[in-house]
Design a binder for this molecule. Sequence first.
Ligand code: SF4
Length: 283
Amino acid sequence: MENKRDILKNRVVPLDLYRITPRTNCGECGHPTCLAFATQAVVGESTLDACPHMDPGALQPLRERLERQLGHGIGKKRESFEKTLEFLRAQVAPWVTPSNASALGADFSLLEGAVAAMRLPYLDDAVLVTAEDVVSLRERALSPWEKIFLYNYVIGGAVEPSGRWVGMESLPNSVSKIKSLKAHCEEPLAKAFPDDQDALRRAASGLFREVRGGEGEADWIGECTLLPKVHLRLLWWAGEAEEGFPARVKFLFDARVLETLDLESLLFACEQISERLLESQRR
Ligand code: SF4
């Protein structure tokens, strides 16, 4: 019988899946590119059935191996992310170019030793993306997950935002993520900022700029730039204790955002942003 070590050694890596996708980046799976789909599926964040375009004969043996490895907990652990990162590092070089940098809202430069690099604004930081690594210019430690999502942005490309704001429920295939967004982001924020708009303003300064006259007649609306072509909005309605109405918080996204980032990355970004706001509130 196959033991965990054998399974680890023969684990399915993103390249195995990527090879059997048609590489058309059609987006039907909820990921902007086949590459993003492959990197998410190997860590169990996307179901293999999300892509209807893979050859069933080629997929079946991979499906069985992937089920076994995820069943053994080989998936979301750090080493799996490292494997995915290794794969993305090997793919990224052709995309670190002046023309791609300009299409992504980044700057291109040649570092010492003629290493091609892209300087990419990322929240209130900026990162330097090379085929070697992704590093924060503020010397913040980036998690493997952040690096994967930044590499996916560089490789997958970005579309211009439509300017139309929608809730996650309006994005395709988002049912499973809506609950997480509420539980991990919107509800904790509503609890942390029940009625004090100034407290929210202070916590949000640096990450969000205030928007006046936006959607939903919210009491406060902030917009933040996650990446040059990806913006998020946070809507806040103050609670009214006497009336028994709790505060309410909602994230909004551009209607075309899934053509640039996948849902899992969006959720991850909302969690990071929420954590930053909650941290400022605790201080
Ligand atoms: S559904 Fe996803 S993985 Fe399949 S071809 Fe389209 S983008 Fe690629």
